[in-house]
Design a protein around this ligand. Structure first.
Ligand code: RBF
Length: 296
């Protein structure tokens, strides 16, 4: 139910607002959806520019505070690089002698971290910090890695609409090999059409030889009678094989209105759904190993 935490910082002038937006953009923050409200009464126009962070904490502190100068703390990786970027922004935008702006050196804190504070405009300061032990800052979530080293994969590819599915296959192989899978640990199985994918996927998964199965096909609505019925059965069959064998199955069966749309999704370089399916397979195979390891 809880979605996120927003910290609001009122800014007193349009120039300061623009400076802060420039500073946080320069540091590489992901911009959120900004807003501009026209004045509802005289002089009451307002605007907002959110900057997004992947994690937020609301922290109550009883006792010594993490920093004396600000209550806005931003955890980062590569603190030295962030310090350099902040310094560079200050040099460019406010000049070294500009009154009211400042940046401290990076210093150790009393809580096993390193921290610096920067004041990009007078009256606004923010602290950036990083754990001394890099593993401390790791996300709490259990996540798969994108290394396929030592893993085995089966790829089931439909021959129907081969102009598309061969591209998906190239994308999938590209993702596996670039993630350190070995060629002789990849088994490609060809089937006539998407309809046949689930049965082959199931048989391959049941051998227990593969860490993941990647399914590739292409159904084009305009050219496929009973499109919905076929598609539903293919999706259900692949899902069922995954659940009953416990082997991750990546879903790379395109469902498109037209051939042109299918070609778009099978882009050899960018936007190749075969590549994406293979990346998902690697991640899920890795996650499965980690979850199994946790239980042991
Ligand atoms: N297979 C696909 O992978 N994509 C399609 O778009 C597709 N369209 C089909 C349209 C018709 C009218 C028929 C009869 C089959 C189609 N198939 C398609 C093949 C299907 O997946 C399967 O290979 C065959 O029906 C043989 O079992």
């Amino acid at each position: 139910m809880i979605k996120g935490i927003t910290v609001i910082r009122p800014v007193t002038s349009a120039a300061d607002f623009d400076e802060l937006v420039s500073f946080f953009s320069a540091l590489g923050f992901e911009p959120g959806r900004g807003w501009d409200e026209p004045a509802r009464r005289a002089g009451a126009a307002s605007r907002g520019r959110p900057f997004l962070a992947p994690l937020g904490n609301l922290e109550f502190v009883d006792g010594e505070l993490p920093t004396l100068n600000t209550d806005l703390l931003i955890e980062v990786t590569a603190l030295d690089a962030v310090h350099q970027m902040a310094q560079r922004w200050l040099d460019k935008n406010s000049g070294p002698e500009a009154a009211g702006t400042s940046i401290t050196r990076i210093e150790d804190t009393h809580w096993k971290s390193r921290l610096f504070t920067v004041q990009p405009i007078p009256g606004f300061s923010v602290a950036f910090w990083e754990w001394q032990d890099p593993l401390r800052g790791k996300a709490i979530a259990l996540e798969g890695d994108l290394s396929a080293a030592g893993m085995s994969f089966a790829i089931v590819v439909a021959r129907w609409n081969a102009v598309i599915t061969e591209r998906l296959l190239q994308g999938a192989l590209d993702a596996l090999l670039r993630s350190d899978a070995q060629r002789d640990h990849i088994q490609v199985a060809r089937v006539p059409g998407s309809w046949e994918i689930p049965a082959a996927a199931r048989q391959l998964a049941a051998t227990g030889k593969f860490d993941a199965v990647i399914t590739l096909g292409c159904l084009i609505r305009g050219e496929t009678a009973h499109y919905e019925a076929i598609y539903n059965e293919v999706a259900r069959g692949i899902g069922q094989s995954q659940q009953e064998t416990g082997v991750p199955h990546a879903f790379g069966v395109l469902t498109c209105e037209t051939l042109e749309q299918a070609l778009d999704r099978a882009g050899l370089k960018g936007g190749n759904k075969g590549f994406e399916a293979a990346a998902a397979a690697i991640e899920m195979a890795s996650l499965r190993g980690k979850i199994a390891g946790q239980r042991a």
